[in-house]
Design a protein around this ligand. Structure first.
Ligand code: HSE
Length: 336
């Protein structure tokens, strides 16, 4: 399976490492032979129709901070040229999420689908802004669009709700979908101020390049959009989410919650409305997880409440979700 990889940051590099370490069993167990034929990021590009040497690619990125040196050539192909010019079956989109215009990811995905490529995205921006129309485009072009890493990182939240609970009717759900704000609120519950907790989260590398995406609830809202479209068949975008972040949560709020055996968490909920906002939840609620963990509780008509807990971020965790999607695409293609 020939792949074009957009973005060679933490997730892209971890995906390359994952392919290197798993190539034998992927072929033996699943008959999958992934070949990355093109990679580009903001620093350059590399392409080979025979498949790129992933060790060399990782080495160049580590040594020079860029993949441009892979071929030792002056001129680089830009991403869109690569998408329309290179023979491939799948595009993997890992560039940074942005919620203003979703670029450059949006153009990568749209052009790939128009060129007949299946798409796997871990970039939430395009889905948050245009989930319904991107799905229409995928159907129109008869390609598959997969995105399991966009919610829950390596934890298969979307797959659980869509496939394990098939036949059920999910009535509502609520969850902690952003690891960074959960880490900050956990630290605040342990006595830190918001400012110190944010600085600590930044030091640990959890916070997005633009901290407002985490703090003001955009990341959680994007994940809520994806869940609402995929699981509840709602046709919504980020504009439909009522959103409030955690910057106004004080140490006093957190203490008051503790005195009531509760914790303040940034909760994304889908009931009658779609809301992201800080909320007090009981300490013994299964949803009440700490640190960078994510958790989500589904309320379904016949099987009751179920909560899934897991790490919602991380380079290797997210890379593993891409592999899951790749196997899913392979299976769908073989079935058809
Ligand atoms: N900034 C996100 C989080 C990363 O903290 O959960 C994963 O989407």
């Amino acid at each position: 399976m020939r792949i074009i990889l957009c973005g060679f940051g933490v997730v892209g590099q971890n995906f390359a490492k994952l392919l290197l370490s798993r190539s034998e069993d992927l072929y033996a167990k699943h008959g999958l032979k992934p070949r990355i034929v093109g990679v580009f990021d903001s620093t350059g590009s590399a392409a080979s129709s025979a498949g790129l040497d992933l060790n060399r690619l990782l080495e160049m990125k580590k040594k020079y901070g860029s993949i441009k040196k892979y071929h030792n050539k002056e001129k680089d192909a830009n991403g869109l040229e690569m998408i329309s010019g290179l023979e491939a079956e799948v595009l993997i989109e890992t560039t940074t999420s942005n919620y203003k215009d979703a670029e450059p990811g949006m153009s990568h995905i749209v052009n790939a689908m128009k060129n007949g490529l299946h798409v796997i995205t871990v970039n939430k921006g395009p889905l948050a802004l245009a989930f319904p129309s991107l799905f229409e485009l995928a159907t129109y072009n008869q390609v598959l669009l997969r995105f399991s890493g966009t919610v829950g990182g390596g934890t298969p939240i979307l797959d659980y709700a869509k496939n394990s609970l098939r036949g059920e009717r999910i009535v509502s759900f609520e969850g902690i979908l952003n690891g960074t704000t959960n880490y900050i609120l956990t630290n605040m519950a342990n006595g830190m101020t918001f400012k110190a907790a944010l600085a600590d989260a930044k030091k640990k590398g959890y916070v997005e390049a633009d901290p407002s995406l985490d703090i003001d609830g955009f990341d959680a809202a994007a994940k809520l959009v994806i869940l609402a479209n995929w699981i509840m068949d709602m046709k919504v975008t980020i504009k439909d989410i009522e959103r409030k972040g955690i910057s106004s949560v004080t140490t006093a709020d957190v203490k008051k919650a503790a005195s009531r055996k509760c914790a303040v968490k940034l909760i994304a909920s889908c009931d009658r409305k779609l809301v992201v906002a800080p909320k007090e939840i009981l300490l013994d609620d299964p949803l009440c997880v700490n640190g960078t963990l994510n958790a989500i509780t589904f309320n379904s008509e016949h099987s009751g409440q179920q909560t899934i807990i897991g790490r919602g971020a991380g380079g290797m965790e997210t890379a593993s979700s891409i592999l899951r999607d790749l196997l899913d695409i392979k299976q769908e293609i073989s079935r058809n």
